[in-house]
Design a binder for this molecule. Structure first.
Ligand code: HEM
Length: 138
């Protein structure tokens, strides 16, 4: 159980590396006037998205595995709240996929300011989820 939980945390960290840094790459892309720099940033966006997919898939796999080992968690309120927040993170991840596609096709319509606000969203989810799993308020 502890090994599986440790791997869960390792891949949560990997997932968040992408959730935090992909929007940053979009901001640099929007703010760059140099076509060669933008082309390089788009390669970085695509590669980082790949790592983000792997981190996300394995974080969820080891999270579900932890639940299979300790099914009693399924009756606890903090887990229900956490799973609702995880759905929000999956929605954010899907939005990142759409944005990588839009930048690749040169069809981005979002401003740098919008992307900066969007960039803050995963931090809010991270704080809420870590508080729930550590404090277990309900
Ligand atoms: C399908 C998604 C997920 C499931 C089913 C899941 C399930 C679990 C379970 C059952 C535990 C064990 C809790 C304990 O032993 O106290 C755990 C631990 C943990 N989870 Fe998740 N999790 C998921 C996604 C996430 C995400 C997205 C994050 C971060 C944002 C996260 C962060 C953590 C952390 C930090 C711990 C360690 C808590 C501790 O040992 O005190 N999990 N998870």
């Amino acid at each position: 159980m502890l090994w599986i939980k440790a791997l869960h945390i390792v891949f949560v960290v990997t997932w968040f590396a992408g959730l935090f840094y992909l929007p940053r790459l979009f901001i640099y892309d929007v703010e760059s006037a140099d076509a060669a720099v933008r082309a390089q940033l788009r390669i970085m966006q695509r590669r980082l998205l790949g790592i983000t997919h792997v981190g996300g898939a394995l974080a969820l796999t080891f999270g579900i595995w932890t639940l299979i080992l300790v099914p009693a968690y399924l009756h606890q309120g903090w887990l229900h709240a956490k799973l609702a927040l995880v759905l929000g993170l999956v929605a954010y991840h899907i939005r990142l996929v759409q944005l990588v596609q839009r930048f690749a096709e040169d069809r981005n319509t979002h401003s740098s300011r919008w992307l900066r606000v969007f960039n803050e969203v995963p931090a809010l989810f991270l704080i809420a989820i870590v508080l729930l799993v550590v404090v277990k308020p309900a």
